[in-house]
Ligand binder design. Structure first.
Ligand code: G6P
Length: 442
């Protein structure tokens, strides 16, 4: 009898966790999870209890013998883990609302993982993930770290650059969402669609698309040029692409590219929303309230469809699919964030990229794409520069490095505005930025 698998989820109180439980239940025959530890912090204790009770009801209903453990003690949980998944939001949605609102005061895009919001999500998250990496090194050195804490690409870059953890994979649901969107637009089963993904997290392109192995790139681009096909996710406005632009681009952009190729329109929409329905974080806070009310119901013993209203739908299924393929050495192809190793020519080999990989028991093996087309490559390189400088700022707590990252971000129009936004956001987030305490005092 092989030792059952021990999985630890840090941020276990997340509203996404029921999808993770569902993913393990439906794969149990080939992925025999024995222990699932859901870890959270003091502030998330109530959410953890609610999620933990629902998880227990779900496995009981499925008659699957997974032991669900709940704890606020991360080190207790990590002992001898086989897989560690991380899905936490430092400062929770309140911090995200500030990330989305403050830049708007300067007529700059306010977004969870892009622009100033992405910088500060990284500054808050990276010290915590590196602490977790130290615990993993000590308590479960053979474990795989599967991270889908945002900004997932910058976080993967930071773990590769500033920790000793080599067995790390960054995950996102954007690629799976793009594949599902294409399948829906063509009204075919998603399993018949394959996409050659290449780029960075939230900056990934579909270089080619296949239906039953035959390239359909041009017809997919044509369908994206048609305003009625939004082809986006729940959390990003589906503003229609300019037909001649998208055809000239010649590759499939992801939802987040609208913040770069449609910045003005997206900013107008954000300013309007902030004055009416609220920013995305504020909308999500209401969704979360409804979700947790649902989760509390002792009659509920499955993942409710309402969870599909979140942008992160299919996230956790991607995580379970990845864990399954590593555990069973499936060698199937999945888009994940991993060390580039030359897969994308114009990105440094030691940087994290989001690209199709063969998933083996020794981890992802990136599939070489050659390069991203010239028209799309520059933005990818600029975002990678931003991610690397931002990660350095997160680790060092150096003010000038943080100002450099803010200023070189393509969504920030000038160094003076960068400084104003940086100073206001450092003050607003100071309780979650211990590495900047001296700076903020000064
Ligand atoms: C997308 C992204 C995630 C992001 C999520 C936000 O799915 O891939 O990285 O966190 O949307 O969704 P939300 O419902 O929180 O706005």
């Amino acid at each position: 009898m092989t030792k059952g698998i021990k999985i630890v989820t840090i941020g276990g109180g997340s509203s996404y966790t029921p999808e993770l439980i569902e993913g393990f239940i439906k794969r149990y025959d080939e992925l025999p999870v024995q222990e699932l530890w859901l870890v959270d912090i003091e502030e998330g204790k109530e959410k953890l209890e609610i999620i933990g009770n629902l998880a227990k009801r779900m496995v009981q209903k499925a008659r699957i013998p997974i032991d669900i453990h709940l704890t606020l003690d991360r080190r207790e949980a990590l002992k001898d883990a086989d897989f560690v998944t991380t899905q936490f939001r430092v400062g929770s949605l309140d911090a995200r609302a500030k990330d989305e609102r403050i830049p708007l005061k300067y007529n700059v895009i306010g977004q969870e993982t892009n622009g100033p919001g992405g910088l500060f999500k990284g500054l808050r998250t990276i010290p915590v993930i590196l602490d977790i990496c130290k615990d993993i090194e000590e308590l479960c050195p053979d474990a795989w770290l599967v991270n889908f804490t945002n900004p997932a690409g910058m976080v993967t870059e930071a773990v590769l650059r500033y920790s000793n953890i080599k067995k790390v994979v960054g995950l996102c649901n954007v690629p799976i969402g793009m594949r599902m969107g294409i399948a829906k637009a063509l009204e075919v089963d998603p399993s018949r669609i394959h996409v050659d993904f290449a780029g960075l997290n939230h900056m990934v392109f579909g270089l080619n698309v296949y239906l039953d192995g035959v390239s359909i790139l041009d017809s997919v681009i044509d369908s994206m040029a048609d305003p009625k096909n939004e082809m986006t996710m729940k959390n990003i406005s589906g503003l229609a692409w300019e037909p001649d632009f998208i055809r000239a681009l010649g590759v499939i952009p992801c939802g987040y590219h609208r913040y770069y190729y449609k910045t003005g329109e997206m900013l107008t929409e954000e300013l309007e929303a902030a004055e009416t329905v609220g920013t995305r974080a504020e909308v999500v806070q209401k969704l979360e309230k409804d979700l947790f009310e649902l989760y509390k119901n002792p009659e509920l013993d499955m993942k409710p469809p309402q969870l599909e209203k979140r942008g992160g739908a299919y996230y956790s299924d991607a995580a379970c699919s990845l864990i399954n393929s590593i555990y069973n050495d499936k060698r199937d192809i999945q888009p994940v964030n991993t060390r580039n190793n030359g897969a994308i020519a114009s990105i440094p080999a030691d940087s994290a990229v989001e690209v199709n990989c063969v998933i083996t028991k020794d981890g992802p093996r990136p599939i070489s794409v050659g390069d991203i087309p010239v028209a799309a490559r520059g933005l990818v390189q600029q975002i990678k520069s931003f991610e690397r400088v931002a990660a350095e700022a997160a680790v060092t707590g150096d003010y000038k490095t943080a100002l450099l990252a803010m200023t070189i971000n393509p969504l920030v129009p000038s160094d003076k505005i960068a400084k104003q936004i940086l100073d206001e956001m450092l003050e607003a987030h100071k309780q979650h930025l211990p590495q900047f305490t001296q700076t903020i005092k000064a």
